[in-house]
Design a protein around this ligand. Structure first.
Ligand SMILES: *Cc1c(COP(=O)(O)O)cnc(C)c1O
Length: 273
């Protein structure tokens, strides 16, 4: 059974309900964050909290809890789950609005969920993504707006792909829910604008410093042609190799040694978290 926190009360998740005048329902006004625990401890808590606070500030929503109070709720929820590791989702909405437009008091949910790990075969073979011309609105905030990729679901399936890589005017930003890297020689290159700044991205950049020359800068579609490797990062995907992008085969089409190396470094870090 999973438990969740809703505006000060902890309940079994299936007993939580949010009312129909909430601005997320009426106007699509909401934000969230999502992270995993390792060894029963929230991974990179300081960084996730900082991002959640930044998303809230961007949507002009006052935080109902301090960082310490939120941490105490997270630890309480972790203690109630029987699983060794769990996913934690923060959701904050515009709250109940008498006129369907103005913000009064946000609603805050903190939920535990089962982790849905990536099937091992995807790490062994790499994944295929399609390309689409799009850039996320308010890309630096983790808002609840994923309409674009949900609409693309059928197209992704039809292409035998698993996700979409967004580009606009030839400049790459990110995948629908994860960040994007390419490897060229000893260079690790990742876009630095029109993206959600992933905590996994930040962790990988830190782990890579000793062995790579890391470049955070605009990345062009044309750079994919001579990339040795490509991969995507997120809390759930960790470091997931990409071997096919639309019609293009990345490098020799196999999972590269540098993607494997960075995934191992990430696994070492979380194993001792
Ligand atoms: C959540 C998310 C990411 C990845 O962030 P992590 O903190 O690494 O999980 C990247 N891009 C988008 C659009 C996201 O929603």
């Amino acid at each position: 059974m999973h438990y969740g926190y809703f505006n000060g009360t902890i309940l079994p998740t299936d007993q939580i309900g949010v009312g129909v005048t909430d601005l997320s329902l009426l106007r699509g006004y909401g934000l969230f964050d999502y992270f995993l625990t390792y060894n029963g401890r929230p991974f990179q808590w300081d960084w996730y909290w900082e991002r959640f606070r930044n998303s809230a500030a961007g949507l002009r929503l006052p935080l109902p809890l301090s960082k310490d109070e939120a941490y105490a709720v997270v630890m309480d929820l972790i203690a109630r789950t029987e699983q060794p590791n769990v996913a934690i989702r923060f959701v904050m909405t515009g709250g109940y609005s008498p006129d369907g437009m103005s913000i009064s008091k946000p609603n805050l949910l903190i939920l535990t969920e089962a982790i849905h790990p990536v099937p091992p075969v995807q790490y062994e073979q790499g994944i295929k993504v399609i390309l689409d011309e799009y850039v996320r609105e308010m890309a630096e905030l983790k808002t609840t707006d994923y309409k674009h990729v949900i609409i693309l679901a059928e197209q992704i399936r039809a292409a035998n792909a698993l996700d979409v890589l967004y580009q606009k005017g030839g400049e790459i930003s990110e995948l629908s829910r994860s960040n994007f890297f390419i490897v060229k020689g000893d260079k690790l290159i990742t876009p630095n604008r029109h993206i959600l700044r992933g905590i996994t991205r930040r962790t990988i950049i830190e782990l890579a410093q000793a062995d790579f020359q890391v470049e955070e800068r605009p990345v062009l579609l044309s750079e994919l042609y001579d990339a040795d490797e490509a991969f995507t990062t997120s809390s759930t995907k960790q470091v997931l190799p990409i071997t096919q992008i639309g019609e293009l085969t990345v490098g020799d089409g196999r999972v590269g040694s540098k993607s494997r190396f960075l995934l191992e470094r990430f696994n070492d870090l979380v194993a001792n978290w």
